[in-house]
Each structure stands twice: as C-alpha cells, then as structure tokens.
Design a protein. Structure first.
Length: 148
C-alpha cells in the first residue's frame, strides 16, 4: 500500500514522502492516527503540485537568506550596558539585546535565531554570535559590549 506521510514517522520516513507499507500498518495505524493519507492518483497529483510550489517558495526564502547573510557579514555591533568600574556588567547580555542592536542597525532578526557562543556575557569586551537565517545558512556576527 502506498501512502503519503503527513508527519515525520521514525524508521519510516519524513513528512511529505511517498512510502510503501504493509496494508495493516497503513490502514490500522498510520491513517487513523493522522500520520499519513492514502496515495491515490488524485492525492499524488495534489502532492506533486504542493511540492513544486513549496520548492519555489523555499528557493525564494533561501535566496533572501543568502542576501541577508552577505549583508550581515560586514556588520559590527556595539551594545551599551551598565557596568561597574571593574568591567563587570550589572545583569548579563543575551540574545534579546543582540536582536535589539541588530534592529537599530536596520536588520530585523528574531531573537530565537541568535545563538551566543558564551552562555552568559557578564563582562565588557568583544564577543560574537551565530545567527541561523535558514537551513545551513549561518552567519557569525561580532559585537562589542561597552559601558554606558
């Protein structure tokens, strides 16, 4: 029996794949649980059209991410925060502050896409962070933490 997976199924396949399974497994488990649909001719045509449109959209998103990555490679940020005379920060610098600094520089990046190399930044100095723009497109952005 051929089915189209609606969700990722461990040891079987990923979402939107067409796979062949035994009739009982498909009819009694995968289809009733909402993991798959029957791969009829009309479902296959609809699946092919959906995949074609998705590929076009993903190509556009990937190109935009590549452009953004090339722009972000030349960016250097400065984050001003309150600090003591010895260079210790009151609190810490996290992805939210980096996201806000990027927004001031004209780049709207979601804070969840920003990963700091250090878990918590509590001193003044130079650091860098990784920004994941799309699958496989990662940019390292340097930033400096200075006292206000």
């Amino acid at each position: 029996m051929e089915i189209i997976l609606v969700k990722d199924v461990p040891n079987l396949g990923l979402k939107n794949e067409i796979v062949t399974v035994k009739n009982g497994y498909g009819e009694n488990y995968l289809i009733p649980q909402g993991f798959a649909i029957r791969a009829t001719e009309s479902a296959k045509k609809q699946h092919a059209e959906t995949m074609k449109q998705r590929a076009h959209k993903e190509e556009k998103i990937k190109n935009e991410a590549m452009e953004m990555a090339s722009k972000l490679e030349s960016v250097s940020l400065t984050i001003a925060t309150k600090a003591s005379a010895t260079g210790k920060i009151f609190g810490s610098v996290n992805a939210i502050q980096v996201s806000e600094a990027l927004a001031k520089a004209g780049y709207e990046i979601d804070r969840h896409k920003i990963a700091l190399k250090e878990t918590s930044i509590k001193e003044l100095g130079s650091y860098s962070c990784k920004i994941t723009l799309y699958k496989g497109i990662v940019v390292n952005v340097p930033f400096e933490v200075v006292a206000e």
